[in-house]
Design a protein around this ligand. Structure first.
Ligand SMILES: [Zn+2]
Length: 398
């Protein structure tokens, strides 16, 4: 079995062979049963069975009985079929304020290595590409992995990314605005590069390994020091024509409000992120307070910290009420570090959503209600989603 065979099956056209459909399905979903393959690909059980016989004989597909926990609780289920882990690997990269994180996973969705490269603020793209290449080489070397098995690299970027891979407006690293991620990383890494906005990567992580497994339609709403979002419909990310879909943080809810970092006034992010509440807690307490500190203080009964979480929830629920009236999704996943506040955040947020959206829970049957839950991978979601982007090929989960 060769890397070339797997590659040809992965890039087969959607209307292609049953083998190509099955391999792409396994690459996207990890370890699943033959029945699930049949359901997801639309192929008859007998067709799946015949194709799997050939794929197993050539070593592309193996039976997977192990349950192995990867980083932060990501693992494969038991007794299923998966791509042969020796058939190839994918790399995920997350570009953040002053560091680059790299993760390596094999095509059976086992996570093998993780590395962080620390950089100064405003690092230039070409330096990032070179250091990333070195970090990837170290990951492969330390785990005795053949670099020839690398099938693709997913890059998670803070800021909208066009379908062509151009960072439209870099919100965290200004030096990346207008940069084509594929042009920067492609020549250095010599691999297919897939790039997406970090919130879209978070949605991929939740869809592949988290709270949205098996869900084809949902909205992700990230609450952290900023607000991000993603829309998934029929198993696909809605990116918009220029990559600007799901930028919920920059819905202007007060035209006379304060100036936002995007240049508009009164953006939802100014009210529904936890940046200002943290500043207010710090002002009252007189010492530095992190998000973790604020959540711990609230859990221990600090009324000021709890009030700040509840106020954030109110604004987030109000913003989500607008999104609910536009999309009316079956599922909303709350991501970002604020999701770790759990019910302290979720209860007032759900109540606010209910007040501000058009369709009320009491008006519809339980099956037609929008569920609002917290994400599973709120701390690693962008990085996990970056490798998911490469595994799912072009970020299209179908
Ligand atoms: Zn804004």
């Amino acid at each position: 079995m060769t890397k070339q065979l797997l590659k040809s099956l992965l890039v087969d056209t959607p209307a292609g062979s049953p083998e190509g459909l099955i391999v792409r399905c396994l690459s996207q979903r990890g370890a699943i049963s033959a029945a699930q393959i049949s359901k997801l690909t639309g192929l008859a059980r007998s067709t799946v069975s015949t194709a799997l016989t050939g794929l197993r004989r050539s070593g592309v597909v193996v039976e997977s009985y192990s349950v192995d926990e990867g980083i932060k609780g990501v693992g494969r289920p038991a007794a299923t079929l998966a791509l042969n882990p020796e058939a190839g690997t994918c790399v995920g990269i997350h570009l953040s304020l002053d560091e680059i994180r790299v993760v390596v996973a094999d095509v059976s969705h086992s996570f093998i290595a993780e590395k962080t490269v620390t950089l100064g603020l405003d690092y230039p793209p070409d330096r990032a590409a070179k250091l990333t290449k070195a970090a990837i080489a170290e990951c492969y070397d330390e785990n005795s992995l053949p670099v020839s098995g690398l099938l693709g690299v997913g890059v998670s970027v803070s800021g909208p990314v066009s379908p062509e891979g151009v960072v439209q407006r870099a919100s965290i690293v200004p030096t990346w605005a207008g940069v084509n991620i594929r042009d920067v990383f492609g020549p250095v890494l010599q691999q297919p590069i897939f790039a997406a906005n970090e919130s879209n990567c978070s949605a991929i992580a939740e869809m592949m390994w988290g709270a949205a497994v098996g869900c084809e339609d949902f909205v992700l709403f990230k609450i952290d020091l900023g607000v991000g979002g993603a829309i998934v419909q029929q198993g696909r990310l809605v990116t918009g024509i220029a990559g600007g879909a799901g930028e919920f943080g920059h819905i202007s809810i007060d035209p006379a409000g304060d100036l936002c970092r995007c240049g508009n006034r009164g953006c939802l992010e100014l009210y529904a992120s936890f940046k200002r509440p943290l500043e207010q807690i710090e002002r009252v307490k007189g010492f530095r307070v992190t998000m973790d500190d604020a959540m711990r203080m609230a859990a221990e009964g600090d009324v000021g910290a709890l009030r700040m979480i509840e106020d954030t929830a109110e604004f987030a629920g109000r913003g989500l009420g607008i999104i609910g009236s536009i999309i009316n999704p079956p599922l909303i996943i709350i991501g970002g570090r604020m999701a770790l506040a759990g019910d302290m955040l979720l209860n007032p947020l759900i109540a606010a959503y209910e007040r501000h959206t058009l369709i009320k829970s009491r008006d519809v049957t339980p099956e037609s209600r929008t569920r609002i839950i917290k994400g599973k991978h709120t701390e690693n979601d962008s990085l996990l989603g970056a490798v998911g982007l490469a595994l799912s090929h072009h970020g299209m989960l179908k």
